[in-house]
Design a protein around this ligand. Sequence first.
Ligand SMILES: NC(=O)C1=CN([C@@H]2O[C@H](COP(=O)(O)OP(=O)(O)OC[C@H]3O[C@@H](n4cnc5c(N)ncnc54)[C@H](O)[C@@H]3O)[C@@H](O)[C@H]2O)C=CC1
Ligand SMILES: O=C(O)C1=N[C@H](C(=O)O)C[C@H](O)C1
Length: 235
Amino acid sequence: MKIALLGYGKMGKTIERLALEKGHSVVFKSSIDSSEGNFEDAEVAIEFSSPEAAVKNISKALEARIPVVSGTTGWLEKYDEMVKLCEKRNGSFISASNFSIGVNLFFSINEYAAKLMAPWKEYNVSVEEIHHLEKKDAPSGTAITIAEGILKHSNKKNWKLNTSEENSLNIIAKREEDVKGTHLVSYDSEIDTISFVHEAHSREGFAKGAILAAEWLKDKKGIFTMKDVLRIDEF
Ligand SMILES: NC(=O)C1=CN([C@@H]2O[C@H](COP(=O)(O)OP(=O)(O)OC[C@H]3O[C@@H](n4cnc5c(N)ncnc54)[C@H](O)[C@@H]3O)[C@@H](O)[C@H]2O)C=CC1
Ligand SMILES: O=C(O)C1=N[C@H](C(=O)O)C[C@H](O)C1
């Protein structure tokens, strides 16, 4: 598979290493101030850049009729615009807040727990995420997906960052040196706490999932999610 890497930072470089190990080739790569290779040669684009660059990068791939896998977080208010462009171009698009298999299983565990906990009003639920100091967005995209899973089954109205409002689901975002990505869901009562956590030990899980998504998407048309790729049923 011939890959274009739109964004060649921590994720782009990890994806390149693992993709080459799998026998794929990287025919184009771009950063904020440089690019090399020939974009039109790509069979699929993998996009991990920044909240400001994501829409431009995804549009570039869709306009060129190159299937695109996007992992960038913090731009999702423009998601519907990208879906419309994909439909107009009869293209192929997957966006996910987290491509690791473990986190996608965690999303289902989270929804199951939210459904199970819904009648037990003495428990207050919260989400905490911890990431490295360079991360631009807060809360993380993964924390937002987790919060959306909880809100499907909860009587809380919305999620908010660092809130003590009873009607809102509190997301706590922490930034610490070199943390690859930790997400914790806690149900607290006066009597006890139930919590479950996903901790990424490296960026390889995100990168492997993105390559898997690209292999899966390459010869398909439409807009998909990681649940389609991994065949995980909706709750
Ligand atoms: N969905 C997932 O599984 C994962 C998502 N991410 C997300 O992916 C994104 C990238 O993460 P990292 O590689 O760690 O970041 P990074 O900062 O190491 O790399 C970002 C890359 O994007 C480029 N870039 C930044 N601003 C740009 C602009 N305005 N125009 C063009 N290129 C630009 C940079 O030059 C660099 O090559 C972030 O949004 C992060 O939250 C990160 C890990 C996993
Ligand atoms: O910026 C990161 O590093 C990560 N971003 C994603 C997010 O915002 O959820 C996924 C992962 O946790 C790493």
